[in-house]
Write a protein that binds this ligand. Structure first.
Ligand SMILES: Nc1ncnc2c1ncn2[C@@H]1O[C@H](COP(=O)(O)OP(=O)(O)OP(=O)(O)O)[C@@H](O)[C@H]1O
Ligand SMILES: [Mg+2]
Length: 621
């Protein structure tokens, strides 16, 4: 058990006892001097006297030291008491006890100077009669009320407390009365109505026997901190609300590229949780294949740059494009401690960009085809007129020559060449849509079925021809001869793409073309169409070839093998029929041509079975 410190009273009693002892000893010493004189020269007595003298000397030294220590302790106690008494004297309740003009002791002066100049309110109250013994002047600054009001009625303090916090403060009083140390925050209302936040700490003062007889405390105005805290909390809340309502994802990384923070509802959209990222490096999250691009960018951000880049990741929903921007995070010394990043799903923008690029390409392509068509059409038209003259006069000449006339053969050669030239110009005219066009309401399935035998003969035995016709297929309005020519040209091209055999599929079906598809197909209106698909498993085309195939005279075939007019004719016919054509091809895998022809509601007037078969372009040189 700890030994209790002696109280002032004890020390004073002790001091008095020591003083008496000294007085007694002094008396003994005087007695001794007198006895020595009386005893004179007796030897044994002299020895006894020497021994006694030494004992007295030793005890005197010990007592003097004890006396000195006690004197010091008493002086110290007296000083502390004086300081407290001075505080008590300062309080108006005790003012009558204060002797006027008394010079203050130095420690007391320091103490008073201190409590009267601190920003905090220092207060002392008596536990027994609830009287306020002292409150420092800072009270008037913070509370905007006089100290006097509190001295008069300590409990009036509760009136200064914010209505909502009064119960709380009453509980604090009770706890303090029980001798508890308290540290609580509450609001007060100043006379001008302004509200201040106070942090109040109270602690018991105990007397010598350990009983609490006073409570002292320090109250400080923490409104500034509370406001700053509140502003910070609001700021954080706003940040969180903002981030969580954004489609973006916000993340932070430390210098080791580990995720230390992650926010954003975007995560939820893709079924991701922050735990899948937190504490992990970018490489651990995204894997070795994707990591390098990020690591380079993070490295740049850690070096103080801002890095913005786009990347993609495959997901069950398709390819997701993300734009990431990274910036360095700096501490108050400007040292870079990590990276903050914002990831934005830019898939839609990317898709729109791609669609725009495609439709621009389409537009460029159709403008190009338009220009070529006008040029080719003009030339073909003039040629056709001249060929009509050449062929007409050739016929006339042949009819006038006798069958065995030596020049008849030469004229017949001219006639045949003229015929081939006419065929070419007809194709050019078809491409430039200047061909005579005799549209009829047709069932595309019937056209294909009629051609079935001829097509099989055309492609040979190595190629497997499969035809799927949609029994519910809608009708189209087109020139049946031209449609046959379209099918024929596509089939011949497919055959040429599969010299070693393969599979050729012709398919018909109804389709609805929506705004977006219509835009991609260029120049057609959204609506109901009949789609003809011709698919082969042949050599396919590279992008460069694909971009030229509809141009007249573009061919990859050997000289003399192809004119390069087949697809330009198809293109012209499809356009003339109000349709569209698309091609999808992979090198060494095959090609798919899709032809869209507008569906019509009109009834079929007449379908001429075996209608004019268009000749395939192949073999016309
Ligand atoms: N199904 C296909 N597979 C691979 N390439 C094709 C296919 N269809 C067309 N092509 C390419 O398109 C080019 C142009 O075709 P197009 O039909 O216009 O002319 P051609 O077949 O070369 O000659 P022509 O048809 O006048 O005899 C072809 O030379 C070929 O390179
Ligand atoms: Mg061809």
């Amino acid at each position: 058990m700890q030994k209790e410190a002696p109280t002032k009273e004890h020390l004073l009693v002790e001091l008095e006892r020591v003083r008496q002892k000294i007085a007694e000893l002094e008396a003994v010493q005087t007695e001794r001097k007198r006895a020595r004189k009386a005893l004179g020269q007796s030897d044994s007595l002299h020895k006894a006297y020497r021994w006694l003298e030494k004992c007295v000397e030793r005890i005197t030294t010990q007592l003097a030291a004890a006396n000195e220590a006690l004197q010091a302790e008493v002086a110290e106690r007296l000083q502390t008491d004086a300081a407290l008494c001075q505080i008590e004297r300062r309080s108006p309740n005790a003012s009558e006890r204060e002797p006027e003009g008394e010079r203050m002791e130095e420690p007391e002066q320091h103490f008073r100077h201190l409590v009267e100049n601190i920003r905090e309110v220092f207060w002392v109250s008596d536990l027994n009669n609830q009287r306020l013994i002292y409150v420092s002047p800072a009270y008037e600054q913070i509370w905007g009320r006089s100290c006097q009001s509190l001295y008069q009625d300590r409990m009036s303090f509760l009136d200064t407390v914010h209505h909502d916090d009064r119960k709380h403060v009453a509980v604090i009083f009770e706890r303090q009365a029980r001798g508890e140390c308290t540290e609580e925050e509450y609001r007060i209302v100043r006379p001008d109505g302004s509200v201040r936040w106070i942090r109040d700490r109270g602690f018991p003062i105990k007397d010598g026997s350990g009983g609490v007889y006073r409570i002292a405390g320090i109250a400080e105005d923490i409104t500034g901190y509370r406001e700053a805290e509140e502003a910070l909390r609001r700021g954080e809340e706003q940040f969180r609300t903002l981030v969580e309502s954004m489609d973006d994802i916000v993340f932070t990384l430390d210098r080791e590229q580990r995720h230390i923070g992650l926010f954003g509802q975007w995560l939820e959209k893709y079924g991701l949780r922050p735990e899948q990222f937190l504490g992990k490096t970018v490489r651990e999250v995204l894997g070795d294949k994707l990591a390098p691009v990020h690591e380079v960018a993070i490295g740049r951000a850690l070096a103080g740059e801002r890095a913005v880049y786009e990347w993609s990741i495959d997901s069950p929903q398709g390819t997701i494009w993300i734009q990431t921007s990274l910036s360095p995070i700096r501490d108050s010394d400007g040292k870079i401690t990590g990276v903050v990043g914002v990831g934005r799903d830019v898939t839609e923008r990317k898709q729109a960009e791609e669609a725009l690029r495609q439709s621009e390409e389409q537009l460029r392509q159709s403008q190009k085809m338009e220009a070529i068509g006008r040029l080719a059409g003009g030339v073909a038209h003039d040629f056709n007129n001249m060929l009509t003259v050449i062929n007409g006069y050739s016929d006339l000449l042949i009819s006038r020559l006798a069958p065995l006339d030596p020049i008849r053969k030469d004229v017949e050669e001219i006639r045949r060449a003229g015929e081939r030239a006419s065929h070419l110009t007809r194709q050019l005219l078809a491409f430039s849509r200047r061909h005579a066009f005799q549209p009829e309401v047709l069932n595309l399935n019937a056209v294909i079925t009629n051609m079935d035998k001829m097509l099989r003969r055309l492609i040979g035995e190595d190629i497997d021809l499969v035809i799927f016709t949609d029994p519910g297929l809608g009708r189209i309005k087109a020139d049946p001869g031209q449609i046959e020519q379209v099918i024929m040209n596509l089939v011949v091209n497919a055959r040429d793409a599969m010299p070693d055999g393969g599979k050729l599929t012709i398919e018909t079906t109804n389709v609805e073309i929506h705004q977006e598809q219509a835009r991609q197909l260029a120049d057609i209106q959204p609506g109901s169409y009949v789609m003809l698909t011709v698919t082969d498993t042949g050599c396919g085309m590279d992008e460069k070839t694909k971009s030229h195939i509809f141009e007249p005279f573009f061919t990859t075939k050997e000289p003399g093998k192809g004119t390069g007019l087949g697809l330009s004719t198809v293109y012209g016919i499809v356009k003339q029929s109000g349709g569209a054509i698309s091609v999808d091809s992979r090198l060494n895998q095959g090609t798919i041509f899709k032809i869209y022809l507008p569906r019509v509601d009109e009834a079929i007037e007449s379908l001429k079975p075996g209608a004019t078969r268009a000749e395939p372009t192949q073999g016309l040189e």
